[in-house]
Ligand binder design. Structure first.
Ligand code: UDX
Length: 448
């Protein structure tokens, strides 16, 4: 199938490359010239395992092209909207400027029978509004949220754990009769077209939910709200464990054995970040307030507050470990990305901790396997270095992104590099016994 993907960021670039891998003929469109040039040469503009290989394969075979020119989407019959919906600059709602801009720019190139598929995370009600703009061209609109996790984005796109299609229940409502009959009689339904796009996943028996626009939009934000709540729940338990001498990791193991609860997403630590969870719970809350149902999601404000408190707590623990003042002390910050296997620093708790310690006068040397260049662009005031440079003569070490190479550090060897063997494990990912045995003062979050 001829497919266009509008927006080639973390979502769109992976979607475009994965669609080409699945045998489709794909054009990726983005307004960023440098990004399009890199992608056209098969280079990934960000770190995502497996993506470079797919880009090279697709570009070399000719099934994957990129352009800054929207008219290049004219040949495609299915158009994915994959642009960002960041938090508004002056509010907590989602900024829809890119989605609106993408649809407006695509409109002149749409033809009867085309399908526009929204993938961006949007406030409920957006699809209904966009359908009214798209349908007069004879094209249909569907909403098909993505659930990809950075670091596993290729796998999650090619083999998703579920597919959700939000489709128009009464296509063409509000159109004149000619336009309506063109739309309704268009060759195939949105569901048929999406089933062809995702034939690989469909043939494997991937669960499929076909629903209305509102539900499809809500599925995405509800899933992220649930995940965020689960993480903040265990972080709240960590706060209680801290004042009672309990251990949140053992608590998580014990409650996680209950299959109804499950152990996943119960890792207490410095909290969640990234381009989705934080802004999605804020936008969802803002949308509920607009709808007059603010009280239904008021708890998400608490989820956000618990999450942000964990950053304060990590900084506090580091300052305590330094004897009450960070001023002029050398601190090794291990990790900058919001999670491992990513170079994404959007709303990253790790980067936030580094910035705050720097603000307290500490001599911070921050390190990360992939996220240093993004961090330097955002915070040029910070000092960055290799793991060895960060650890050398450090007065304290703080681990804030659980990259495997930090989890695998040998406590005895690290002890000989630092000035003072004290570590704050902001991800509760180290073995306290092993570190203590090597002479370290080990401090976890909500851990004995
Ligand atoms: C998330 C959703 O998982 C995905 O389905 C959606 O499409 C986009 O948002 P992602 O942002 O890539 O994906 O990251 P995820 O793996 O969900 O982690 C989010 C944050 O939660 C990270 O900062 C991570 O470190 C943190 N986290 C996760 C915890 O603090 N504890 C946990 O137990 C799990």
């Amino acid at each position: 199938m001829k497919i266009s993907v509008i927006g080639c960021g973390y979502l769109g670039a992976v979607h475009a490359a994965s669609m080409a891998k699945l045998g489709h003929d794909v054009i990726g469109i983005d307004v960023d010239k440098a990004k399009v040039e890199a992608l056209s040469q098969g280079k990934a503009p960000f770190f995502e395992p497996g993506l470079p290989e797919l880009l090279v394969e697709g570009v070399q075979s000719g099934s994957l092209r990129f352009s800054t020119n929207m008219s290049d989407a004219s040949d495609a019959v299915t158009h994915f909207i994959a642009v960002g919906t960041p938090q508004q600059k002056n509010g907590s709602g989602a900024d829809l400027a890119y989605v609106n801009g993408a649809v407006d720019a695509l409109l002149p190139h749409l033809k009867a029978g085309d399908l526009v598929v929204g993938k961006s995370t949007v406030p409920v009600g957006t699809a209904e509004r966009l359908a009214a703009i798209v349908e007069p061209t004879g094209a249909q609109l569907a909403w098909n949220p993505e659930f990809l996790r950075e670091g596993y984005a290729v796998k999650d796109t090619i083999s998703p754990d579920r597919l959700v299609y939000g489709v128009r229940r009464n296509a063409g409502d509000g159109l004149n009769s000619k336009a309506r009959s063109e739309l309704v009689n268009s060759d195939r339904s949105a569901v048929d077209i999406l089933n062809e796009v995702y034939e690989h996943a469909v043939s494997l028996g991937t669960p499929l939910v076909v629903t209305d626009y509102a539900t499809a939009e809500l599925v995405k934000v509800a899933a992220n709200a649930f995940l965020a709540t689960k993480i903040s729940f265990i972080n709240a338990m960590a706060e209680i464990a801290e004042v009672t001498g309990g251990d949140v990791t053992e608590l998580a193991d014990a409650i996680g054995y209950d299959a109804r609860i499950g152990r996943k997403f119960l890792n207490a630590g410095v909290g969640f970040g990234g381009g989705c969870l934080p802004k999605d719970i804020r936008a969802f809350t803002a949308r509920a307030e607009e709808l007059g149902r603010g009280e239904s999601l008021a708890f998400l404000k608490e989820v956000d507050a618990i999450n942000l408190r964990r950053r304060d707590r990590v900084v506090e623990l580091v300052v305590d470990a330094l004897g009450g003042s960070a001023y002029q002390k050398k601190v090794a910050v291990l990790g900058l990305a919001f999670k491992p296997n990513s170079d994404d620093i959007r709303d990253s708790p790790a980067l936030d901790v580094a910035v705050r310690l720097h603000g307290l006068g500490a001599r911070v040397i921050a390190t990360d396997p992939e996220a240093i260049s993004n961090s330097r662009l955002r915070h040029p005031q910070l000092a960055f270095g290799s793991t060895v440079e960060a650890l050398a003569d450090a007065d304290a070490v703080v681990l804030v992104t659980e990259w495997t190479e930090y989890k695998d550090l040998d406590p005895a060897r690290v002890a000989s590099a630092v000035r003072s063997p004290v570590i704050v494990d902001g991800r509760n990912c180290l073995d306290p016994g092993a570190w203590r045995a090597a002479g370290w003062r080990y401090i976890g979050l909500g851990r004995r």
